[in-house]
Each structure stands twice: as structure tokens, then as C-alpha cells.
Design a protein around this ligand. Structure first.
Ligand SMILES: [Zn+2]
Length: 96
């Protein structure tokens, strides 16, 4: 069974790829009061792997709020929408 532990090298890669910004709220880590972590875009419980394509650099707040969700209800339309996917979507386009 593969390890659940994310290596220090992978953690550094994910942070560097994100330029040390939270990939969800765009907050820079160096001015944040929150800790940052590697977040699984597709949750482990849904089969998400510990591969860099499934990992995002995230502040504690975004990681906690997203948790294992990949969809949410849009409060204006009451329709289910996909949450932002940092590897597949453009941030500006998604949040427009
Ligand atoms: Zn964030």
C-alpha cells in the first residue's frame, strides 16, 4: 500500500510551483498569519492520489473550508458547481 506521507521534496515542489501563494484564495504565504499545507484537490477518500497533479498549496483556511469537497451549491442559483481545480482551471476565469 502506498504511503500517505507527502515527502518534504514534494511539499517544496508544490509550494514553489504555486510561488508560495495559496492556490485557492491567492494569499501570499509570506504575509499570512496562517500556516500553509499541501491540499489534495481530489480528496484521498475519493481516490485522490499523492501525486503532484493532485496536490495544491493551500492556506489553512482554504484547506479547512474545502476539506473533502469538490462541489458546492451556488447560493445565487441553487445549482451544484465544481470547486476550483488549480491544475485544470484558470483562477481568474473560474472566479469571474
Ligand atoms: Zn487560501
Amino acid at each position: 500500500m502506498p504511503s500517505d506521507k507527502i515527502s518534504a521534496a514534494t511539499r517544496r515542489y508544490v509550494a514553489t510551483r504555486a510561488k508560495n501563494y495559496c492556490e485557492y484564495c491567492q494569499c501570499p504565504e509570506n504575509v499570512s498569519t496562517q500556516s500553509f499545507t499541501v491540499e489534495h484537490i481530489k480528496p484521498r477518500k475519493d481516490g485522490g492520489e499523492n501525486i503532484v497533479e493532485n496536490l495544491a498549496w493551500s492556506c489553512f483556511g482554504c484547506n479547512s473550508h474545502k476539506h473533502t469537497k469538490t462541489v458546492a451549491i451556488n447560493p445565487k442559483t441553487n445549482l451544484q458547481v465544481s470547486l476550483f481545480h488549480p491544475r485544470q482551471q484558470n483562477w481568474t476565469d473560474h472566479f469571474y
